[in-house]
Write a protein that binds this ligand. Structure first.
Ligand SMILES: [Zn+2]
Length: 272
């Protein structure tokens, strides 16, 4: 009981309300610096744990898509975020998974390429992940605690951020739940918001936004088995997702055409 009171008091003291890139009110408890630190630590931890891909063609391919998406002019167009430096690591793993973390760290698992089959589809996933970071969803997750015991533990862990137990909680809050076995999925609003940001980002970068629909269809197919797929377990799909992406196509296609005219035509070669 006392722990709950302390956590509640701390939330009250340090919470600040902010507005997401799509205009939604957010409760954020942590500074950008604190989030960056959590992102840096989590990324270091994952890199230690997972095997890095040494496949040159795959690395070049994923890097090509990532570099096109993270051009500062595109990031600035979708959000006033200061995050302009991004680094990428490709993990050699059958997991259908990808993530992006505060501090500008992107991880892509080679298994993802089974669901994201073209450069445009891959851009849809990575754009969606970047959307979670630009919209401060990790901050929101560790701040809000989702009204559960688990959430409370996340808050406490984040407040006293040290030790390997706490690290797992923070990582779950940042969307790495599948990696640490603590599921704390993003919420429906966060998923929609990342879809919107990702769609605009990919279109501005010269990737065909129509591919976002095919991508989510592939994801749904890939997760049709018994076990929930890694990506879908922390990024739950909702039945309106494809409808919303369809509704936004005309606007996104306009941005895509404009990007092509401006010379944003990424040539990323799919590894054979
Ligand atoms: Zn997501």
């Amino acid at each position: 009981m006392k722990r709950i009171a302390i956590a509640a008091a701390l939330i009250g003291l340090s919470a600040c309300s902010a507005t997401s890139p799509t205009g939604r009110n957010q409760l954020l408890m942590f500074s950008a610096d604190e989030m960056r630190q959590m992102g840096d630590q989590s990324f270091a931890q994952i890199k230690q744990k997972e095997q890095l891909s040494t496949n040159k063609a795959i690395n070049q391919y994923v890097q090509c898509v990532t570099a096109a998406l993270t051009k500062p002019e595109h990031l600035r167009a979708v959000d006033d975020s200061q995050q302009e430096q991004w680094d990428l690591v490709v993990f050699d793993s059958d997991q259908v998974n990808a993530f992006a973390l505060p501090g500008g760290h992107i991880g892509v698992y080679t298994g993802l390429l089974k669901a994201a089959q073209t450069p445009d589809q891959l851009a849809a996933v990575i754009g969606h992940e970047i959307g979670h970071v630009l919209a401060d969803h990790g901050n929101e997750q560790v701040s809000r605690g989702q009204a559960t015991n688990l959430g409370l533990q996340v808050i406490e862990a984040a407040l006293g951020a040290s030790g390997s137990q706490n690290q797992g909680m923070i990582m779950a809050g940042l969307g790495l739940g599948a990696q640490v076995g603590i599921l704390l999925p993003f919420g429906r609003q966060q998923e929609s918001e990342s879809d919107v940001i990702g769609l605009e980002l990919m279109a501005r970068a010269g990737f065909d936004p129509a591919a976002s629909i095919a991508l989510w269809q592939n994801m749904a197919k890939a997760s049709g088995g018994n076990a929930p797929m890694e990506f879908m377990s922390t990024h739950p799909a909702h039945d309106t997702r494809i409808n919303e992406l369809s509704k936004r196509q005309p606007e996104a296609q306009g941005l895509y055409k404009q990007a092509q005219q401006q010379g944003y035509q990424p040539q990323c070669k799919v590894p054979s």
